[in-house]
Design a protein around this ligand. Sequence first.
Ligand SMILES: [Zn+2]
Length: 136
Amino acid sequence: MSKKYSVEKSRDEWKKELSEAAFRVLRKKGTEPAFNNDYFANDKPGIYHCAGCGQELFSSEDKYKSGSGWPSFTRPASKEVVETEIDNTMGMQRIEVHCSQCGGHLGHLFKDGPQPTGLRYCLNSAALDFIAEVNN
Ligand SMILES: [Zn+2]
């Protein structure tokens, strides 16, 4: 990654701050196992924040059951919070999704989602911190 992010830390700093699972996903672009992660079946209302820098990334309102075993969303909370780039690893061409503030890897974007966007943001739970909505 050559681009500059507003939140930048050294590899050692990230390693110290993040859980092992979060470091593997956010900083090493790892993928956690399907159906064996915290949020794929979470249907509580709330906001999913970046586990690296805390930026609000996705809302439960845009989450849907994709059946993939990973948390899936039709859109980010706003256009500015995520960025994408072409990923040619694993012998296929995919669209990689990362946080616009810290560059942390979140997951991939596929074009087989439901309407109205037709998009599926397929994310790793370990890259996210879910904060449930509080009912007053
Ligand atoms: Zn971030």
